[in-house]
Design a protein around this ligand. Structure first.
Ligand code: ZN
Length: 165
């Protein structure tokens, strides 16, 4: 088991759109999924996309109150009027900003054995599913902030110790 280092905002891999995984049973995919699960396990982590450990493939893991799962090739559905919720990201450490998210979400995908995986829910689950799917499309949550919040966020982030881009 390997806990992988998390790529930070400014790393170009976080901007790349990921590729569908043609063979979920490939040993390299199994290893990726193991790393996603091992790395999201730490307390305080809610979700981790493959891009955040430097891999441009369509898979992510979630840790909802200690309940850990993963999904390969997720397809997202959402419902409900978007609401402002505080959000953070392991790739933008130390910050939380309010942004709009749908109150309910579901992803459908597969596991490494090709079985269907469905993750769905409201609250943190809904938020994590939308956040991680965005990562797989090369998007960070801060890009979706309201313009004024975004300006404020970018000012704060540029002054962070870890920010070097
Ligand atoms: Zn994130």
């Amino acid at each position: 088991m390997t806990e992988r280092q998390i790529r930070l905002f400014g790393d170009p891999v976080l901007r790349s759109r990921t590729d569908l995984i043609p063979d979920p049973g490939d040993p390299r995919v199994r290893a990726l999924v193991e790393d996603l699960v091992d790395t999201v396990e730490a307390p305080g982590r809610a979700g981790l996309a493959a891009t955040q450990i430097g891999v441009g493939l369509r898979a992510f893991s979630v840790n909802i109150d200690g309940d850990i799962s993963y999904v390969i090739n997720p397809v997202l559905e959402v419902s409900g009027e978007p609401e402002l919720v505080d959000e953070g990201c392991l790739s933008v450490p130390g910050f939380y900003f309010p942004r709009l998210r749908h109150p309910w979400a579901r992803v459908t995908g597969v596991d490494v054995d090709g079985n269907e995986v469905v993750l769905e829910g409201d609250g943190l689950m809904a938020q994590a599913l939308q956040h991680e799917t965005d990562h797989l499309d090369g998007k960070l949550y801060i890009e979706g902030l309201e313009p004024e919040t975004k300006r404020e966020a970018m000012r704060a982030i540029r002054q962070a110790d870890w920010f070097s881009a």
